[in-house]
Design a protein. Structure first.
Length: 276
């Protein structure tokens, strides 16, 4: 370092200038990425339909002593995402079935916000019939999805170079026709029942609503990026300059000691001059 500085007195200035130039360029690159993103956020418009006014069909089977209640719900298959069933006023050991021939994904933990570690894409099972036994009667809930792909529901993110391309990708991710879309409910109760349980089917259809570029607080992100880059360069430059300044200080101390030693030797060799 000493030799390099002796050959080029402006080396220190050059290193500092280069460092700050690189810091500025990298910070600007991060800043530019935040204001010119290729990620877009799209939102969906959910249409919730509650089917609670459909009269059931009663079938009593004398040989089995069971009463079967059936409901047929003509749900719309256009971008159908959720099919949720709630049945109340059930008798003990009533068997509740949610049926759709196209198949639905369901799991007992689906729709429960406190279900830690649950992932429908991994844990839900696809069946045309989902059955729950009401052992103690009361109420039964079955939540089901037409797809485990989260891009089809509740907003999402797409990557594209242009806004038009992002809109096309968002629409392709959302648009889906669930067919056949007819949903059937069956409740089987023991005995000759005359009062039907109360059921509610809720279906959700989602459609493309809007899209906007992903954006962040550019000022904050710029400062964080600048701090990160400065920190990285500091890790490289601070030790180097510390060693340089320490070596320079040691060299000065050695020079002072050498000068003092030479002076002492000179005084020792010429004592007469001092006495005179």
């Amino acid at each position: 370092m000493r030799k390099a500085l002796a050959q080029n007195p402006n080396l220190l200035r050059t290193l500092l200038g280069l460092s700050f130039t690189l810091i500025f360029m990298l910070s600007y690159a991060v800043y530019g990425a935040t204001i010119s993103p290729s990620y877009f956020l799209y939102e969906t418009d959910a249409t919730v339909t509650v089917h609670d006014d459909i009269e059931p069909v009663r079938i009593y089977q004398d040989d089995q002593n069971t009463t079967t209640w059936t409901w047929s719900i003509p749900a719309s298959g256009a971008n159908l995402t959720w099919v949720n069933l709630t049945a109340v006023e059930l008798s003990d050991n009533a068997e509740v079935r949610l049926i759709n021939s196209a198949g639905l994904f369901s799991h007992p933990l689906l729709g429960i916000s406190s279900a830690d570690g649950f992932s429908c894409s991994e844990d839900c099972y696809l069946n045309s019939t989902h059955t729950v036994l009401a052992e103690d009667g009361g109420e039964v809930t079955i939540n089901a999805l037409t797809s485990t792909d989260p891009a089809r529901r509740s907003n999402g993110t797409v990557y594209a170079k242009t806004t038009d391309g992002a809109i096309d990708k968002a629409r392709n991710a959302i648009e889906y026709t669930h067919s056949p879309s007819l949903v059937r409910i069956e409740i089987v109760e023991t005995g000759n029942r005359t009062t039907a349980p109360t059921t509610t089917i809720t279906t959700v259809n989602e459609a493309f609503a809007s899209l906007e570029p992903f954006s962040v607080d550019t000022a904050t992100e710029f400062m964080w990026a600048l701090a990160a880059v400065v920190g990285c360069f500091s890790m490289v430059l601070v030790p180097s300059f510390t060693v340089y300044f320490a070596a320079n200080a040691k060299e000065k101390r050695d020079a002072v000691r050498l000068a003092n030693s030479e002076k002492e030797v000179e005084e020792a060799l010429n004592p007469s001059e001092e006495t005179a």
